[in-house]
Write a protein that binds this ligand. Sequence first.
Ligand SMILES: Nc1nc2c(ncn2[C@@H]2O[C@H](COP(=O)(O)OP(=O)(O)OP(=O)(O)O)[C@@H](O)[C@H]2O)c(=O)[nH]1
Ligand SMILES: [Mg+2]
Ligand SMILES: [Zn+2]
Length: 299
Amino acid sequence: MQQGQIRKALSGFYYVYSDGKTYQTRGRGNFRVKDTTPLVGDFVEFESDNMTEGILKSIAPRKNELVRPPIANIDVGVIVMSATEPDFSTYLLDRFLVYLEGQGMDAIIYVTKIDLLNKEQEKELILHQGEYQSLGYTVLLSDYKTEKKSLDLLLEVIGGKTAVFMGQSGVGKSTLLNQIMPELALQTGEISSSLGRGKHTTRHVELIVVGEALIADTPGFSSVELEEIEEQDLPDLFTEFLANRDDCRFSGCMHLNEPNCRIKELVSSGKIKEYRYEHYLQFLEEIQNRKPKYQKNKK
Ligand SMILES: Nc1nc2c(ncn2[C@@H]2O[C@H](COP(=O)(O)OP(=O)(O)OP(=O)(O)O)[C@@H](O)[C@H]2O)c(=O)[nH]1
Ligand SMILES: [Mg+2]
Ligand SMILES: [Zn+2]
C-alpha cells in the first residue's frame, strides 16, 4: 500500500502525489458506500503497479472540508475579490468570511484590479481595507504601493501552509497564481462584457506547489451556502461580535431585541459597522428560513 495526497481531480481521476511522483488513480465504489467522495487535499492510501492505473483504498480523517470549492485539509482560505468587474461587495465578502470562520479556517482577503479604479473609488476601497484589517483580517490590495509588494506579503502570510484561492469567476485567481509563478501558465479568461462577470475559465481544483506552500486554484462560483451553520453559532462567526459578546447582559445573546445588548450599542455608536450588522441579520434570517435537512428529500 502506498500513501500520498490527492492534488488534482479531473474527469473521474484522482492525481495522487506520493514521494516525488504523481499517480493517476480512480476511486472504486467502496467510497460511495461510505458516502465519502475523495477530495483534492485528501491524504489517501492507494495501490498502483504503474503510473496511470492506481486504485484509492482509504481516505484519512479530514481536518476540514469545503463544499465550494470542493477541497479538504486546508489551513488558509484566500478570498480573492475584485475591486471592480465584478464589483467589490462587502455582502459577498462577509459571506465568505462567515463560511471560513464556520470551518475554523484562517482567512486572508486579496483584492485584485485596483488598477481599474479611479482615485475616488480607490479611496473608498482603502477605507474598507482599514475596516476589515481592524477586524483582524489581512487585506492586501493588488499593485498597491506597500513597502513590500502585495504578492510577497501574500506568500509571506501563507508561509509553508496549504491555501485555497476562492472567489467569483473572473476576479483573477488564476491570474494571481500566474503572477506568483509565471511558468504555470494557467488559463485565464476575459470578463463577459454583457454580464460583467467571468466565464468560468478554471474547471477543476488543483493544489500547486509554490515554494514552501501548497496553493489551490479553483473554479469561480457566485456565492457560498451557509448550510452547515447553526443559528446559535452565527453571532460568534462575526469576530467583532465574538470579542464583545461577554458585555451583553445575556449569555447566548443573539443581538436582536435583548435588553442591554452591547453589540447593538456598538452598532449605534458606529464602533461596529452598520453593514456588518445588517449582513448578520440577513444571514440569520436565511438560516432561520432554511428547511430542516430531513425535509430536503421529500417532495
Ligand atoms: N486590470 C486587471 N485585470 C485583471 C487583474 N487580475 C485579473 N485580471 C483579468 O481578469 C480576467 C479574469 O481573470 P482570471 O484569472 O481568469 O479569473 P479567475 O478568478 O481565475 O476566473 P475563473 O477561473 O473563471 O474562476 C482576465 O482577463 C485577467 O486578465 C488585475 O489585477 N487587473
Ligand atoms: Mg481561474
Ligand atoms: Zn447582544
